[in-house]
Design a protein around this ligand. Structure first.
Ligand SMILES: [Zn+2]
Length: 609
């Protein structure tokens, strides 16, 4: 949403006042204006607010640095406005050294795209997804106009970013920006990709056998004996370690069942091509030596985690790519003993223990995705922040199952089946390194500090409150955020959710104490949590975007809900309450809408597709 548009709306709505949205944007815009000096912003530099996310802790606005309508790559001031309409957190990757240059390119976007494909040695027919856009970047202390081309291709594992000089056509850089779960890969940066229209289908229920989270955790066993990889062979013990589960909302078309649902779907993204496991029965029972096993394992765990986030935590979150549905390749990454996340896709390798046999790997990769989507592509790997976030997401789930006792070392293992064995060491959430003294510069190693501290907080205040603060806090950060500033954001999210989110002063103190003990320098905070008057602000819409029925979450009383279009015209009017909390918007034309509720200062935005 562009800032100018919202200001226009403000005048249209002046008699109603579009409270939440406009007031918060005004607060954020005024704050940026007032803090230009502190942020060292040059007079001739400009910003556009191109993305905002309203969540349980308030609304976060991303002001992207611009010149003549061209975005400066990876440069933004991120401003968080609480439910009390005050700025409680900000983060800046503003680039003060950007010079004023000619922003009219000499080559076309298509020419740049072809130059990039040639550089990558990728055929058009092999492309899974692509992005291309014009940016300003700093290159060797000079500002350059460049096309950023991102390509994910079946024939070339990873997610490739090529910067092409928009004046000369020269390649400025070319690198794999996919995020791997171990190894030495760099940070990710991504934007929009193609949407995909779904064919008419029915949602069905399936049955399956999966590992929850892995055969050792399910049976309290140690690696060894029958519990070994054995070159992917199964045996009686490994079969018995499976758990029977229900697969929700899988696709049924023409009598064929497919692992495709409202949150996640199987796809063939990189070699090896093991197929999509489309079948005529809804019973997806496989053992670990069958390739369908990994497919079902990923469907089940990604679907379950996304439902938990959206339905249980009340945080609307989905990838911006592929119509909001994750795509996963259970046998990809060219077969490496590694997996990666890139641009809304999860890609699992098969070396040693198949990666998708261990929910820790699945949830770690999903954790990168959550971090990427909730920051609109502003995922940070400073101090291994995203690695630690993925490890936390995996261990938070594993520990919630309660299958290991406190004295079991495996309770703290990340990659407890894929790693912690002769294949590789895996990672842990009882890492003893102190911040910043013991930072090694290796992102996977350093990320363990972050995951470890979050799990300590998890023990103190519980899973749901820690997960909520973790996600809402990450949503306030950007690509320049280090562990310490992420810790401050997570605590601030808990403060901003306040009592409406179930947080107490004791919770905030526990968060402060754990972060401080890890070595993060936490600003002083005197507890003064919001009270129930802000509870109304936690009403949210799901799913968003939508093409049919929307559900209003956290409706606590009866309201008259009025839907307005972008012109401020009333297009729908309905009474909603605790038991009747859905609205059918299928007859509205494609576009952005607002819902205002009687008796509360809340205006929500949604997109009709
Ligand atoms: Zn990773």
């Amino acid at each position: 949403m562009k800032q100018k548009l919202l200001f226009t709306l403000f005048s249209v709505f002046s008699c109603f006042s579009l409270f939440a949205q406009v007031e918060k944007l005004t607060v954020a815009t005024n704050w940026l204006e007032d803090n230009k000096h502190e942020l060292n912003i040059q007079e001739h530099h400009t910003f556009e607010m191109l993305f905002s996310r309203a969540g349980l802790a308030g609304e976060t606005f991303r002001f992207y640095q611009m010149m003549n309508g061209v975005q400066v790559f990876d440069a933004e001031v991120t401003v968080h406005v609480s439910n009390r309409n005050t700025v409680t957190y900000y983060a800046s990757t503003y680039k003060d050294s950007i010079q004023t240059i000619n922003t009219t390119p000499s080559i076309t976007e298509t020419e740049a795209f072809n130059i990039a494909l040639n550089n990558l040695n990728v055929e058009v027919s092999s492309i899974i997804q692509q992005e291309r856009a014009l940016f300003l970047i700093n290159q060797n202390n000079e500002t350059a106009l460049a096309y950023r081309v991102f390509v994910q291709a079946y024939s070339k594992s990873g997610g490739w970013e090529v910067m092409v000089d928009a004046q000369t056509g020269a390649i400025l850089s070319s690198k794999d920006i996919a995020i791997y779960y171990h190894g030495d890969k760099d940070k990710d940066k991504k934007k929009q990709a193609n949407k995909q229209n779904k064919s008419v289908s029915f949602m069905a229920t399936g049955s399956a056998m999966i590992y929850d989270t892995d055969p050792l955790t399910a049976t309290s066993s140690a690696f060894g004996g029958q519990f070994v990889d054995g070159n992917d062979a199964t045996n009686a013990a490994l079969d018995a370690a499976r758990t029977a589960v229900t697969l929700l909302d899988i696709e049924l078309v023409g009598g064929q069942y497919r692992l495709r649902g409202p949150f996640t779907e199987i796809a063939e993204l990189t070699s090896p091509n093991k197929g999509l496991f489309i079948q005529s029965t809804n019973n997806f029972e496989f053992n670990r030596q069958e390739d369908g096993f990994e497919a079902v394992n990923v469907y089940y765990h990604t679907d379950k985690s996304m439902r938990y986030i959206n339905n249980d935590l009340g945080i609307a979150l989905a990838p911006p790519q592929n119509g909001g549905v994750i795509r996963f390749d259970p046998h990809g990454a060219s077969g490496a003993d590694n997996s990666f996340y890139t641009s809304g896709t999860l890609n699992f390798g098969e070396g040693c223990v198949d990666d998708a046999e261990d929910a820790d790997v699945i949830l770690h990769e999903l954790g990168h995705g959550l971090h990427d989507w909730i920051t609109n592509g502003g995922l940070s790997q400073v101090d291994g922040l995203s690695e630690g976030s993925g490890d936390y997401w995996a261990n938070s789930y594993k520990r919630s199952l309660g299958l290991w006792s406190v004295s079991d070392a495996a309770r703290n293992f990340v990659f407890g089946w894929d790693g912690h064995n002769p294949c590789w060491n895996g990672r842990t959430t009882v890492y003893t390194g102190q911040y910043p003294t013991n930072l090694t510069g290796q992102i996977h190693t350093d990320g363990q500090m972050w995951a470890t501290t979050l799990m300590e907080i998890w023990e103190d205040i519980g899973r749901n409150k820690t997960d909520r603060a973790f996600l809402e806090g990450l949503g306030m950060t950007n690509s320049g955020t280090n562990q310490e500033n992420a810790a401050i954001a997570v605590r601030q999210a808990a403060i901003d959710m306040g009592t409406a989110g179930g947080y107490t002063c004791a919770d905030i103190q526990a968060i402060t104490d754990r972060f401080t003990a890890q070595g993060y320098n936490m600003p002083p905070y005197t507890c003064n949590l919001s009270v129930d008057e802000f509870a109304a602000n936690t009403i949210s819409i799901f799913p968003n975007p939508t093409n049919g029925i929307i559900t209003l979450k956290n409706i606590k009383q009866e309201h008259n809900a009025i839907v307005f279009n972008m012109l401020g015209q009333k297009v729908k009017n309905q009474t909603v309450n605790i038991t009747s909390n859905t609205m059918d918007v299928s007859n509205l034309v494609t576009g952005t809408y607002f819902i205002k509720f009687s008796d509360v200062d809340t205006v929500l935005k949604f997109i009709k597709e």
